[in-house]
Design a protein around this ligand. Structure first.
Ligand SMILES: [Mg+2]
Length: 121
């Protein structure tokens, strides 16, 4: 079963995305902050991480730096609002493989996840 990790400081978004991917046969972990995301990443080694940029405390960019230092093979898709272009550029320089824009459209999100899981590094 393919493991993914959803990182978002909004509980509703974690639950919503988790349910959606669980129904499609993924094993889904969720984290509400960067620190928990790093711990779960070490423990569960998900193949792909959906990572919110705007989070309280450690934001998505800082979390991305830590995650990349732990495992460079993980695919990390940033989740962002439209006004985050500068941070998206930074994220892509730091090794994020893709991004999706909020509000999340689930069919688009599913395509992004499947597309990135197919790409070998
Ligand atoms: Mg957020």
């Amino acid at each position: 079963m393919r493991k993914i990790l959803v990182v978002d400081d909004e509980c509703d978004i974690c639950d919503f995305v988790k349910n959606f991917f669980q129904e499609r046969g993924y094993e889904v972990f969720t984290a509400l902050c960067g620190e928990d995301a790093i711990e779960l990443s070490k423990k569960e080694k998900p193949e792909l991480i959906l990572l919110d940029i705007k989070m309280k405390g450690m934001d998505g960019i800082a979390t991305l730096k830590h995650l990349r230092a732990i495992d460079r093979k993980q695919k990390i898709i940033m989740v962002t609002a439209l006004d985050d272009q500068d941070r998206m550029d930074e994220a892509s320089k730091l090794g994020a493989c893709d991004y999706v824009i909020k509000p999340l459209m689930l069919d688009y999100l599913e395509n992004a996840v499947e597309r990135n899981l197919r790409v070998a590094l």
